[in-house]
Ligand binder design. Sequence first.
Ligand code: G6P
Length: 612
Amino acid sequence: MCGIVGYVGSEQAAPILLDGLARLEYRGYDSAGIAVVSPRHELQVKKTVGRLRALSDLVHGGADVEGTIGMGHTRWATHGAPNDVNSHPHVSENGKFAVIHNGIIENYVELKEFLISQGVTFRSETDTEVVAQLLEFYYNECGDFFESVGRVLRRIEGAYALGMLCADCPDRIIAARKDAPLLLGFGEGCSFLASDATAIIKHTRDVVYMDDGEIAVLTRGGIQLYNAMQQPIEKEHHHIEWEVSAAEKGGYPHFMLKEIMEQPDALRHAIAPRLRGGEIVFDDLKLTPEKIRGFDRIFIVACGSSYHVGMVGKYNLEHLLRRSVEVALASEFRYSDPIVDDKTLVIIISQSGETLDTMAALREAKKRGAYILSIVNVVGSSIARESDDVLYTWAGPEIAVATTKAYSTQLAVLDMVGLCFAKLLGTVKEEEYADAVRELALLPDKVKETLGHCEDIQKYAAQHFHHESVFFIGRNLDYALGLEGSLKLKEISYIHSEAYASGELKHGTISLIEDGTLVIALGTYGPLFDKAMSNVIEVKARGADVLALTTESHRNEMAKTVDHVLTIPDTAAMLLPSLGVVPLQLFSYYIALQRGCDIDKPRNLAKSVTVE
Ligand code: G6P
């Protein structure tokens, strides 16, 4: 979704801003722009619809906009079509104020009407422009940039990460945050602003994450933070550990392929430090055994692929804990009047830690007294900071919009939570626990082995990329796995695809199966293998072209009915989706490649969804 980068220092700002925006491209956007204050204290604003390349060409790589202070933005349209005018930065009527904004100003209509009644003329259809115009309005009243920002923040409602420039104060950027991520970077004689560390890591690893209500004034000499009352505050600095190379392609044609291939390492990071002497140990968990025993209800709440992790988790946690586990889409949960109290554990899953609906669901659950345990990838993200407990997935930065290594590591951590709690509650048999822990330790190697089937998968993708509709079928864990396989395929290849619980086929979906329909039959879950086979036979009988996924031990059995069989190594039942997802990711990747799709930045999608 929208990206923000800001710089004030002694170097030319435009190339730094363009480079920072390029590193945020993965978040998804439809237009981009920059504002740079010239040495003559004039605001130069350049923006355009389309890819960053167009913006870079417009300003000749930055050469056309001289100045050492500026801000850049990539926009993902919400209010107003993606076009040049609606792109950020937005400038006030007298050209003195420039604003970039992530989020939505909810009361913008009312504010716009007020400003129009005061004679202000608007150029764009966006909610953001009211911020620029209001700044000018209050500045005309008080003549002070910082004070004007305070007045604006007291008038606007909604979510925002804001970067603001004033031509009369050419030495500073003012930033403000509420419900949208924003961080500050500290350099030598320079300061940075970004919606995501990826944009500035090349320049500094010394950062402060802004919290809701905070305001920051960035100058060459440093950054001063203020609370919502505009009183100065000091905050803890964080050091970003990961390397710049982690956010680069490193020889792979796409981030998605790189991240698929990184899964063995990512899983090792997530699992190994938490396995000790055949036990699962969470040093990073604050929850006490008494508290765990006291929970009578568990929710897993998330969006997108993280929700699909929750779907697998439901089967595994209910089996292990003998307690009912509800999985909820964050966007539904937050408005559903959920039955949550102080005996409820809410497990929040989020790669970015910034998804707006997930964040709102967390706050709703917290308000009702729930204990919040989150599984998050991005360290220091909003969800991580507002949770009672956080388990990081340590997958490293994930750039491709379609998640792969974040999904795998979230799943491994959730499975480990299930096993750890089950051991404590005495609801899991010793042998099952020991087997699962042994297999968890082997998981990174088994994923690596599965990645070795790349060529077979590429071959099947070449045979099947022309299909316009695909069905994934499976039972139990394979059904939950199918949901993720289907999402991966549709989001990057634009092929219509659905996942069904095989038992439901007869209740409608089977009417869609005809000669040549592609069905991906998931039959990895041993206890229901025979049932899965019956469904495969049913769709074959109606002419479906079936590509099956099963374990090595069931390969021969599957091959009697199906022409194309992909396999994964055998493992503990609960870990099968962790292996099964790998061929499905690769299959989607190679299909999208065959179809010439923009794999890392699929149309209309964003990596981090910070609007409702
Ligand atoms: C977007 C991404 C998905 C992701 C979902 C939830 O839709 O494209 O890959 O699963 O958001 O994001 P989160 O960061 O909360 O896991």
